[in-house]
Design a protein around this ligand. Structure first.
Ligand SMILES: [Zn+2]
Length: 331
């Protein structure tokens, strides 16, 4: 089985974005150290909208100039280590701004690409794609939608094809969430789904489709899991508090839902989730799944998560392979 570690490289999008050091630079440095030590491929989905905004404001704000230099240097390090750097789009950066002290994040009616017109979508995707390709000097072929909001894909299909963005990894089987900001429904994709081809609808298999979906592995988590997750963060903040120092965009109703029902969510390297990796990977392997895609966020890592990721790598590095999205045959 191939284990694909993927990390969305970004700030927070709630009231407080957090600092670039705590949300991105420091935790990513720890991940890159693991990548080096264990010779593990990692794929970073870079929030390009943020970088473009940094470029825009850096000339007039020394702090942002320094942030931009740090982020660019770290992306260069990812590339030099053989990690794959791919496209992550959070289009709300289009409406967000910097007030001289902090980012003023605007997410209403602009959190997902579907909130924009066809012309705007085409322009945003092209601009972000070209920026990333120029920055890394490498081929950009894979995509993850911000907030998993990739639907309806028919609105992205044309520009993705034009640019050669042929691989997506936004879907997690069983996942569904609708709120004023979020809108995705992956309940049509069966659990333990292998990679599949698609064309107009990211949830419908089309054997001759141009695009390939590598679904993020998903898992049915018990309410008890979330009780522990929320309690441990308070009882043992040293090990279980996120390294990132910002706040999440609200997901109204979600906390209550996960504390009272079994819910599908990602297989994740973040926080308390990372302790499940070994068991989840074994379960996927037993079902014959070829690609086990794990999602993580540097900002969402904890001391505990980093320990658990390392434990997982030590235990499984001879059992599984750990390619990047650039190593997949479709590229
Ligand atoms: Zn994201």
């Amino acid at each position: 089985m191939q284990v694909l570690f993927t990390f969305d490289y970004e700030l927070f999008f709630g009231a407080d974005t957090g600092s670039v050091e705590k949300c991105m630079i420091e935790p990513t440095a720890d991940l890159l150290q693991l990548s080096k030590n264990y010779k593990i491929g990692m794929t970073f989905f870079v929030d390009v909208g943020y970088l473009i905004k940094l470029e825009e404001y850096a000339q007039n704000h020394a702090q942002l100039q320094s942030d931009l230099a740090k982020v660019k240097a770290q992306i260069a390090e990812m590339v030099s280590l053989g990690c794959s750097v791919q496209l992550h789009i959070h289009p709300h950066w289009e409406k967000s701004s910097y007030d001289g002290q902090k980012w003023q994040i605007v997410t209403d009616n602009c959190y997902k690409l579907d909130d924009f017109s066809d012309a705007e979508i085409e322009q945003i995707v092209k601009r972000y794609y070209l920026y990333l390709q120029q920055l890394t000097g490498k081929s950009v072929h894979s995509f993850r939608a911000g907030g998993w909001c990739i639907q309806p894909f028919s609105r992205l299909q044309k520009v993705f094809k034009e640019l050669g963005l042929k691989v997506d990894t936004s879907v997690f089987p069983g996942g569904k969430f609708q709120s004023p900001h979020y809108d995705f429904d992956f309940t049509a994709v069966p659990a333990y789904s292998p990679a599949y081809r698609f064309e107009r609808d990211v949830c419908i298999v089309e054997p001759n489709g141009y695009f390939t979906e590598y679904p993020i592995a998903s898992w049915k988590y018990s309410p008890m899991f979330y009780w522990k997750l929320y309690v441990l963060g308070r009882l043992q903040p040293g090990r279980h508090k996120m390294i990132g120092d910002g706040s999440f965009l609200a997901q109204p109703g979600r906390k209550k839902s996960v504390l009272t029902n079994f819910t599908w969510n990602h297989v994740s390297a973040d926080g308390y989730y990372a302790g499940m990796l070994k068991r989840q990977a074994a379960s996927y392997q037993s079902k014959g799944v070829e690609h086990f895609v794990v999602i993580g966020h540097p900002k969402g890592l904890t001391v505990y998560a980093l320990e658990q990721i390392e434990r997982f790598l030590k235990a499984t590095r001879n059992k599984y392979t750990f390619p990047t999205f650039s190593d997949l045959p479709c590229n």
